[in-house]
Write a protein that binds this ligand. Structure first.
Ligand SMILES: [Zn+2]
Length: 286
């Protein structure tokens, strides 16, 4: 991928937030927490032991990672793998996400096998983490409508592909969340473009990869330089993918009353917005 693939960053009419904000006649603009418009997220698959160094770098620069791990691999393919015993300490402050219990190509499986693969992964992660998974990434990037149906039936609200996002706005469909770049794809330049980007609506930059590729391709410095370049920016929400997908889900639960004069937050988290440019929050109604 080259950066030339990113077209002029116009706000597309099929963007998820566009349709939603139309309800409020353009006066309400939803933001991330602390009225930020831009989020930075990282998505790493397969839980190689190189995750240890990657997490250490993320922690040092205040970055939040999402780590997609096939739960059965902790037992069946333990070589160079993060162990079950260290999952909750290593990834503390980050997100553990699903990746198919056995990392099968789910687009090639019968629906009952897909259901088995996802249910086993969700069950195992609930046992290990003590809470439910929020999302997924597709092993081999392979998905189908059937796979998506099964993920949704398991209450998973996002899943990452290996395709390329065309702009910095939120994905049209969180079940087909395309990253912007693999970390080897000139992320320094992409990072500058994102820092310079004047976001009109909720935006995200999503970088993906496998941590084992980093030592193999001698890229530790590249990762560290990128984190240093992107760190400590007041207008960036450093978030796991699950934080972003869940927050947007909360926004989508907001309804209006009094002919649109009152907003009601039917989610369980505080939602931030701008009303004619003024900073506002709306607390959960329940
Ligand atoms: Zn994988």
């Amino acid at each position: 991928m080259t950066l030339l693939c990113l077209p002029d960053l116009k706000y597309k009419e099929n963007n998820i937030m566009y349709n939603f904000e139309k309800k409020f006649n353009g006066t309400v603009k939803f933001t991330y927490p602390d009225w930020k418009m831009k989020a930075l997220a990282f998505s790493y698959d397969d839980a190689n032991i190189a995750d240890r160094r990657l997490v250490e770098i993320f922690n040092r620069y205040g970055m939040k990672g999402t780590f997609h791990i096939p739960s059965a691999w902790l037992k069946t393919k333990p070589e160079n793998r993060i162990t079950e015993a260290e999952i909750n300490t290593l990834y503390n402050g980050h997100e553990v996400s699903g990746h198919g219990a056995n990392h099968l190509n789910m687009a090639q499986l019968a629906k009952d096998k897909i259901a088995q693969e996802v249910a086993e992964d969700c069950r195992e992660w609930q046992r290990i983490l003590g809470h439910k998974l929020t999302g997924y990434s597709y092993p081999y990037g392979a998905y189908s409508n059937e796979v998506i149906e099964v993920l949704k039936a398991n209450n998973l609200i996002y899943s990452r592909t290996v395709e390329h996002a065309e702009d910095f706005y939120l994905p049209e469909d969180f079940m087909k969340w395309h990253p912007h770049a693999h970390h080897r794809d000139n992320i320094a330049e992409l990072g500058i473009k994102f820092l310079d980007f004047k976001a009109e609506k909720l935006s995200v930059l999503l970088i993906w990869g496998h941590s084992y590729e980093i030592p193999r391709e001698n890229h530790w410095e590249l990762i560290e330089d990128f984190c240093a370049q992107m760190a400590n920016k007041e207008d960036i929400f450093y978030a796991a993918m699950g934080d972003i997908a869940r927050y947007v889900n909360s926004i989508s639960k907001i309804t209006t009353a009094d002919n649109g004069k009152t907003l009601i937050n039917n989610s369980d988290e505080t939602v931030y917005y701008l009303l004619d440019g003024q900073k506002c929050v709306i607390e959960p109604a329940g």
